[in-house]
Design a protein around this ligand. Structure first.
Ligand code: PAP
Length: 329
């Protein structure tokens, strides 16, 4: 009779495949158990996967922002995919006026608006960005302190999106379980809850991430637009209009009358995007299934997973961390 064997420990291979520069850096950084199959490393106060850190270093060293660039910044699982779609549809609305043949119908939003440190600068130390039409649209999860210097030196605009930490946490728990290699099981909610509350999550601590951009948006409102997922869900038209004004591409009276806003919102809605063939069966070049980015897309879903004690603990931590900032969730 075969005896049941304990699951093998995850094989932490990512540390082996990074550049020597990155290896040297990793060896000097604090590390903690990660949520997927690697450790997380604390760099400039925030937690990163080892390979991702290589992309961070390259983009910090080489990314040259242009004045017309638009950078979407998000905390992971706060609605990045949705806002990528909306931004792409918004700034390209004259280029693609027909929503029946729109690139979003056949491309996942992560293809159309790539991440700097998780895609472009991860794949190439100095990627060729000449094929990007102006305004160039990029995304990042980097905290404000870590964005490449040229972003601050240029007139480029930052659109920041975050989400209630409880829903963000539950969404991240689901997503990272999908990313875990076969035979490594899933993370228990309690285990990763403890990590999240200690700030140990992808690009965490969550509160430091949001506070960095919150403060900057107050000091520099022309540069940083601060958005919340819940507000976008509650009044999408108001927020899409705000976004367009912030980016200097406000909707004309004619567009308003013709219902262009509603059409863009419909194109980018959860129902529409999640049911497209490309998002049902497609995969990103990095291997993630597109459908992993579309789960429920609702506000308050965390109530179905967290105990009353967890919710209390969460609320206490968030209140304490955000105290005095004027920011609330
Ligand atoms: P990322 O940061 O890894 O790119 P991101 O897109 O931020 O991921 O997170 C996915 C979340 O956005 C999912 O939330 P859930 O787990 O609570 O369901 C996903 O369902 C939600 N989402 C994706 N597309 C949309 C959309 N069009 N409208 C609203 N929510 C969406």
């Amino acid at each position: 009779m075969p005896t049941s064997q304990p699951l093998p420990p995850p094989k932490y291979v990512e540390e082996d495949v990074v550049t020597q520069e990155c290896k040297d850096l990793l060896s000097s950084l604090p590390k903690e158990r990660g949520w997927v199959a690697t450790y997380l490393y604390q760099y400039q106060g925030f937690w990163h996967h080892p390979r991702q850190l290589q992309g961070v270093l390259s983009c910090q060293q080489h990314f040259q922002a242009q004045d017309t660039d638009i950078l979407l910044v998000t905390t992971p699982k706060s609605g990045t995919t949705w806002l990528k779609a909306l931004l792409f549809a918004l700034v390209n609305r004259t280029r693609y006026p027909d929503t029946q043949t729109h690139p979003l119908l056949t491309n996942n939003p992560h293809i159309l608006v790539p991440f700097l440190e998780l895609k472009l600068y991860l794949e190439n130390k100095v990627p060729d960005l000449t094929s990007f039409a102006s305004p160039r649209l990029f995304a990042t999860h980097l905290p404000f302190l870590s964005v490449p210097k040229s972003v601050g030196d240029s007139e480029c605009k930052l659109v920041y999106l975050c989400r209630n930490p409880r829903d963000t946490f539950v969404s991240l728990w689901h997503f990272t379980n999908k990313l875990r290699p076969q035979n490594t099981g899933t993370n228990s909610l309690e285990e990763v809850f403890d990590l999240f509350c200690r700030g140990v999550s992808l690009y965490g601590p969550f509160w430091d991430h949001v506070l960095g951009y919150w403060k900057e948006s107050l000091e520099n409102p022309q540069k940083v637009l601060f958005l919340k997922y819940e507000d976008m869900k509650a009044t999408p038209t108001v927020h899409l209009r705000r976004l367009a004004e912030f980016l200097g591409c406000a909707f004309s009276a004619e567009e308003e009358t013709k219902g262009v806003l509603d059409e863009l919102l419909r194109l980018c809605s959860f129902d529409n995007l999640s049911n497209l063939e490309v998002n049902v069966n497609g995969k990103l070049p990095s291997g993630e299934e597109n459908k992993a980015f579309f789960r429920r897309g609702e506000v308050g879903d965390s109530n179905n997973y967290l105990t009353a004690e967890m919710i209390d603990q969460f609320d206490q931590i968030i209140e304490e961390k955000l105290h005095g900032s004027g920011l609330k969730f």
